[in-house]
Design a protein around this ligand. Structure first.
Ligand SMILES: [Zn+2]
Length: 879
């Protein structure tokens, strides 16, 4: 198949990654300044302002990150009905035949939410909300459908190019002509058996069995499939069961409560535990021992217990109907576990938690709990109450939510260099060393590589993060050719088919990434002229984090130098060229800034082509003071006003600083604070580096949006993540910006309405409204308050409609960090900044605090906590 794939590529006109690399290198990396049209190499440290975005200048950039090897995560889509109990057991048996199979989630697709799952959820949660919650929580690489149509019902696109992401459960076993049957997804555990037999077990005395196997399943309880794994009995894959017996010579047990206890007590290896081979499991939640009573004859409990094991470790499973038989074993577990926590000075002890499945009635739970009497006080804690479902979202982003167990079989850091113009980044791939080199041809997802980018030097060019696309991986297409990569909170996931293929990661340009994504939301977008200016300003200032423009006096001076436009009553506009500024004016501004930024220099502005030095000469005829750029100064000069020619006054200069003057360049010459570009650049700077941790961001400058017949403008769009090295794995926040300069009535009704509309188009997004002013007028405040109140209304899942963030000059002109500036401002600002746990890198917090500071709103916590009513948690049913 490997060779077929290459043939296929050439047939489709694909160019191999290696070939692309060669082409890019052949294009060379000579830095040629487009302004000079190839006459000479540009000597400037940064490209001049006239460079069109992404073109003209080729640079090499460094990309570094990590690749992680883990098993393929296969999600089963199934209706959670009691009649599907057998079908789910069939899937569980297949999981025992797959590497990492214990970590394949079961996703219940219910039309209406079963009452057992409705508790502690917002009232109107639907069956599909539940399925969506599970998908967002587990983010499966591929799906198996218990019946046709379930994937489509959830909006999962099943076919990608030539590869399937969804396979019917009935077709999961692939029959092959020349070799033994294999699977549609995942790595056959037979490879592990073989490897362990070859490398470890054949040399070991195998008389005292440390492995066990249950040859048959229990007639009506799924307990053995869930806890130990039951060997397959289907004819096609019976060879796998035989392989287990040959490799491990297990003790063969019949499925009874007693044998279950024996296997748990002796910690026998089982078909399911062998699927963890060579996998390091890291739990996202605390790891105290939990005894879990459930009814494995009930579909709902089967699904719950199986999925519980995907995010919680150290579970002791107990079939409720066998509770009496299990009791002595459980008492031993509790007593053994009741020991001091190592290194804890207060003598705190480990305790055992006891939880009950959602199908267990209150009286049954109490009866089971009564069996555990006679242990020391405090050795065991019961959760009779229903806990909030693990997948449910919470309006406070600061609340720690469970996360799935992180599986790692191998991990490697990489560092690579790419041309800025190369279409993709080549990243090494990792494969399990025990895997057969080639799998079944149709199985393109035998294992997965998870790629994370930790640094990207051309961060201005290439977008490092994207919204997740687990349901439809068509956008963004992050992989090259037909291998279907997906974007998840874990990173970029590349399902793998063979060993020793490299991953080609297609990182789009910032704007293209955003515009393409908007297109998938039925919005046509193009960069606006304001957007182009803002982009040039960001580029010239030296990237998003540059502080060169973050100073009111500097912006005022730049604006005084800009062009002026006078509009007369009849609508005609007269434009006056930009003015010059004295060197002393600039020295004065830079001098003032030195108090805070000792290293700032006038050359920071000239090197970045913000201002340019020229010679000021008065025309002897009309006395107009002309300004000549150093390229244009000559012995014979032409006057700008009277157009007369005159000689350079070689003897009549003042021979001092007065002969020289600065002028603004490119976008900096535009009136009205570069048409709002300064405000946009400074707002993006707050996002990018306003907090102590540096954010990872994908951004687009101003866009004209068109949705249906409606046209709207936005000043920037960004996807934002707090520093990914530190923060939990989280979906990027979507941010829309409306940025204003110093205008007295800056936020007008139409601006606020437009932002609200964006909030309606993109529920859950962040609406950032900013101004260079320090004060917001009462009228503006009124309008913004209305917007903020609208945004705070909780949606169905309990999270707000949108998050309004208001920024003023206080934030936009920050020196070290927004928090630091707030502390210096004193008063209310200092109060919120000094509050414990205030972390402004979390945009929800920034939203909350800026609304309190500038709009006098109550805290989000008090407001939402009041508005948001959780479905009551009723006592367990009696029965
Ligand atoms: Zn003149």
């Amino acid at each position: 198949m490997f060779y077929n794939r290459q043939r296929l590529h050439s047939a489709l006109g694909y160019v191999s990654p290696a070939e692309y690399g060669r082409r890019d290198r052949a294009a060379g990396s000579v830095v040629q300044c487009p302004r000079n049209r190839g006459q000479a190499q540009c000597q400037q440290r940064t490209p001049c302002a006239k460079v069109p975005p992404g073109k003209g200048v080729q640079r090499m950039s460094n990309v570094s990150g990590s690749v992680r090897l883990r098993p393929t995560r296969i999600g089963l889509l199934v209706r959670p009905s009691q009649t599907n109990h057998q079908l789910i057991r069939q899937f569980l048996r297949l999981c025992a035949c797959l590497w990492g199979g214990r970590y394949n989630p079961i996703i219940p697709v219910a039309r209406t939410l079963p009452s057992e799952w409705a508790r502690r959820l917002p009232r109107n949660t639907s069956g599909h909300d539940l399925a969506d919650g599970y998908i967002d929580f587990f983010e499966p690489d591929v799906f198996v459908e218990a019946e046709p149509g379930l994937a489509q019902e959830l909006g999962i696109v099943s076919e990608r190019h030539l590869e399937r992401r969804v396979v019917p459960l009935s077709e999961f076993i692939l029959k092959r002509e020349t070799r033994a049957p294999d699977f549609a997804f995942g790595l056959n555990i037979f490879d592990v058996y073989q490897h362990r037999y070859d490398h470890e077990l054949q040399f070991v005395r195998r008389h005292s069995p440390t492995f066990a196997a249950f040859e048959k399943a229990h007639s009506n309880h799924a307990f053995f499939e869930l806890v130990f794994g039951v060997l397959p009995t289907q004819k096609d894959i019976a060879y796998i069961g035989k392989g287990y017996i040959d490799a491990f010579q297990p003790k063969l047990l019949v499925p009874t409560p007693e044998s279950a206890i024996e296997a748990l007590r002796a910690r026998h290896g089982t078909p399911l535990s062998v699927t963890h081979f060579a996998i390091d499991r890291e739990s996202g939640s605390h790891s105290d021992v939990t005894i879990y009573f459930f009814d494995s004859s009930k579909t709902i409990d089967v699904i719950d217990f199986w999925n519980l094991g995907l995010w919680k470790m150290n579970l002791i499973p107990v079939e409720i109907s066998w509770a009496r038989t299990f009791a002595p074993f459980l008492l031993d577990v509790i007593k053994k576990n009741y020991r001091p926590i190592p290194g804890n000075a207060f003598g705190t002890m480990h305790t055992t938690h006891v939880e009950f499945g959602r199908s267990i009635s209150n009286s049954a739970a109490r009866a089971a709990a009564s069996l555990l009497r006679g242990v020391p006080d405090g050795a065991v804690g019961y959760s009779l109450e229903y806990v909030q479902p693990f997948w449910a979202k919470h309006y406070s982003r600061m609340v720690t939510r469970p996360r799935p167990v992180r599986l790692t079989s191998a991990e490697e850091d990489f560092e690579t260099t790419v041309d800025s113009d190369a279409t993709f980044v080549t990243v090494p791939s990792l494969a399990p060393e025990f895997a057969q080199r080639f799998g079944a041809g149709e199985n393109h997802a035998r294992w997965s590589n998870v790629i994370r980018i930790s640094s990207l030097t051309d961060v201005q060019e290439r977008a490092p993060i994207y919204p997740t696309n687990v349901r439809n991986a068509d956008y963004p297409r992050i992989s090259f050719g037909s291998t279907g990569g997906i974007v998840t909170r874990e990173g970029f996931v590349f399902p793998q088919q063979h060993m020793r293929l490299r991953n080609s990661l297609n990182l789009k340009r910032h704007q293209d990434a955003v515009i393409g994504w908007l297109k998938t939301r039925a919005i046509e977008a193009e960069v606006s002229s304001a957007g182009r200016n803002a982009e040039q300003v960001v580029r010239s200032q030296g990237g998003l984090g540059s502080n060169i423009l973050a100073h009111e006096g500097t912006l005022q001076l730049l604006d005084r130098m800009a062009k002026t436009v006078h509009e007369s009553k009849d609508g005609t506009a007269a434009q006056f060229p930009d003015r010059t500024a004295r060197i002393s004016d600039w020295k004065e501004v830079v001098g003032r800034r030195r108090e805070e930024l000792p290293r700032i220099a006038l050359s920071d502005f000239t090197d970045r082509n913000i201002i340019r030095l020229g010679v000021a000469v008065s025309c002897p005829r009309c006395e107009q003071e002309n300004w000549y750029d150093l390229n244009r100064v000559d012995y014979l000069l032409q006057c700008e006003r009277c157009l007369g020619e005159y000689n350079f006054p070689q003897g009549d200069l003042r021979f001092g600083e007065q002969d020289w003057r600065f002028r603004v360049v490119g976008p900096f010459s535009l009136p009205n604070f570069a048409h709002g570009a300064y405000s946009t650049a400074l707002t993006l700077r707050v996002l990018f580096s306003g907090t102590m941790t540096r954010a990872t961001m994908t951004w687009s400058p101003g866009l004209n949006l068109k949705r249906g017949g409606v046209a709207r403008e936005v000043d920037f769009v960004a996807w934002y993540c707090e520093d990914r090295l530190v923060s939990h794995e989280r979906e990027p926040a979507v941010v829309f910006g409306e940025t204003k300069s110093f205008g007295s009535d800056a936020f007008q009704a139409k601006d606020v309405a437009r932002m609200r509309e964006l909030g309606e188009w993109f529920p859950g997004s962040f609406l950032m409204l900013s101004t260079l002013k320090r004060q917001i007028s009462p009228e503006e405040k009124n309008r913004l308050q209305r917007l903020a109140r609208w945004a705070r209304v909780p949606r169905k899942d309990g999270t707000p409609r949108a998050w309004v963030i208001v920024l003023t000059g206080n934030e936009l002109f920050f020196t070290w960090s927004v928090g630091h500036t707030w502390k210096e401002l004193g008063g209310k600002h200092a109060q919120v900044a000094e509050r414990e746990g205030t972390h402004l890198g979390d945009l929800a917090t920034l939203s909350d605090l800026t609304q309190q500071l500038y709009l006098d709103m109550p805290s989000l916590e008090s407001d939402l906590g009041r508005r948001h009513r959780w479905r009551r948690s009723p006592a367990r049913r009696e029965g």
